[in-house]
Design a protein around this ligand. Structure first.
Ligand code: GH3
Ligand code: MG
Ligand code: MG
Length: 468
């Protein structure tokens, strides 16, 4: 590694250009460039050769934070690849500033790469001083931005169409010994009568051919007494199952248990085992399983509108905000469709509020079943609904809006012939981020204005926003 300070007596000739490039990186966009430049002055420009180790996993070394300028870095843990950092402004080592100790992951340059590195001493405040340096401001900023982006990512990954039905728990058993297998299958079935228990073949597991997941797997990672397959067997199981109970002679030694725990095993049972111990552990895991399901149901209820079963306003806000947060990184446009039932007051006044509620539920189920996986259908309030379509441009959103309009018009709704239009219909407004709006509020306003125009023009239409 060859390094050059970015400023000694005078600034490095490239300091200004480097600041500008990093300022465009995903964690630095909201930051004052002057503050960033101030921080970069304290850094060193480091050039790494291909394959050069920047951090060695597990090794205690001078803690450093780095910002990528050019090239590509691979982050690895326990010899598996975790992620690639190849965008200017990507950050490594920031956690070591907070939590000194051995590196929790390794970082290696994949190609010749250029970084700005900051030694940990920079973060130390002088004793009895209340002053915070620019570097700390930037650092806090990086952490906040990273958190914002990862939160947005998990929010989008979390299912948008959580099903209300409770599936029976799925339990798999991997054991090459036929007697042990039979005994374990019988015990699981006994402790967990509602579970779907099945044998899982080790070969299929290791080939990675299994697609269906499990809630719990009982695994003996020792195949016929050989320990060569232990790690691959556990790794494959962890990918498939939420909880793992290792039942094996291998669990006898503490060192082995520690290794298994690090790979993600939930509980251990040494062979030969007593039936009581096995039942006891299975009951504990069963309790943990139902607690987790309850927690998910509570979370789901907090995000759901009771009358219609659609996402509520809270979930909607969270979802749009996550998409907007990730936009600078993913550059994926998304669209918003707002729908309002036509002359609904008339329906309520004529047939009563309760019949009105039935109509809202019917309209909702049309929306819910007609949006794609990954889209979100929400009740915005009253008889207004919002659909969010990630990765969807304006032309497609208009097409989907038209499909929804047609579906509501075609739906057979009691007494709809008595409505002023002779049918129960809805009017739609469509707007796309970022072509029609520069913020979430603006996007909603644009779609709402279209809705208003649709009502003015006679209802039962889809109107798209005019690009800004
Ligand atoms: P427009 O075509 O212009 O949208 O006319 P509209 O009658 O649908 O619009 P308006 O906003 O005047 O009336 C909306 C009605 O929706 C009034 C309110 O009683 C009814 N409403 C709102 N929420 C609910 C609900 O949860 N259940 C029922 N049954 N009615 C609701
Ligand atoms: Mg309304
Ligand atoms: Mg209405």
């Amino acid at each position: 590694m060859e390094s050059t300070p970015l400023s000694t007596q005078t600034d490095h000739h490239e300091l200004e250009a480097i600041t500008r490039r990093i300022a465009a990186g995903r964690y630095f966009r909201q930051l004052d460039e002057k503050v960033l430049e101030q921080m970069l002055r304290r850094g060193e420009l480091v050039r790494c050769n291909p394959e050069e180790m920047i951090f060695q996993e597990g090794e205690e070394q001078a803690v450093r934070m780095g910002v990528l300028l050019e090239g590509s870095l691979a982050v690895t843990s326990q010899e598996s690849f975790l992620m690639r950092l190849d965008q200017t402004g990507d950050v490594i080592g920031e956690m070591s500033v907070l939590r000194p100790g051995p590196h929790s992951a390794g970082v290696v340059a994949e190609v010749e790469s250029l970084l700005v590195m900051f030694p940990n001493e920079l973060f130390a405040a002088p004793e009895h001083s209340a002053e915070v340096s620019a570097i700390y401001l930037v650092f806090a900023h990086i952490l906040v931005e990273k958190l914002r982006i990862t939160t947005a990512q998990t929010r989008l990954q979390r299912g948008n169409r959580v099903s209300d039905e409770v599936q029976p728990p799925r339990i798999g058993v991997v054991d090459s010994n036929p007697e042990a297998l039979e005994q374990l299958l019988a015990l699981v079935q006994d402790v967990w009568p509602r579970g779907q228990v099945s044998e899982v073949s080790r070969e299929k597991l290791l080939e990675g051919n299994l697609t269906q997941g499990f809630d719990l797997m009982l695994v003996d990672p020792l195949d016929g007494g050989l320990d060569t397959d232990v790690i691959p067997t556990i790794e494959a199981s962890v990918l498939l199952s939420e909880m793992i109970l290792a039942v094996s002679r291998y669990c006898m030694e503490e060192g082995n248990r520690e290794q298994l725990a690090n790979l993600g095993v939930t509980s251990f049972l040494s062979k030969p085992f007593s039936e009581f111990d096995c039942r006891h552990l299975l009951s504990q895991l069963r309790v943990a399983y139902y607690r987790q399901r309850e927690l998910e149901q509570v979370e789901h209820a907090a995000d759901t509108d009771r009358l219609t079963g659609l996402a509520n306003r809270r979930k909607l806000d969270e979802f749009i905000e996550a998409l907007a947060t990730l936009y600078p990184e993913r550059r994926e446009p998304f669209s918003l469709i707002i729908a309002d039932v036509d002359n609904f007051k008339h329906y309520n006044d004529t047939h009563g509020h309760q019949m009105g509620d039935v109509v809202l539920a019917t309209v909702s189920s049309v929306f819910k079943t007609r949006v794609r996986r990954g889209d979100l259908a929400a009740r915005f309030g009253g008889e207004e609904f919002v659909m969010i379509l990630p990765k969807c441009n304006k032309a497609n959103a208009l097409r989907i809006g038209e499909k929804l309009r047609q579906a509501i018009a075609d739906e057979d709704i009691p007494y709809q012939e008595q409505q002023p239009l002779g049918n129960l219909t809805a009017t739609f407004g469509v707007a796309t981020f970022p072509e029609d709006a520069e913020s979430i509020e603006h996007l909603l306003k644009q779609a709402d204005d279209c809705l208003y125009r649709g009502k003015e023009s006679g209802r039962n239409v889809v109107i798209g926003a005019n690009p800004i």
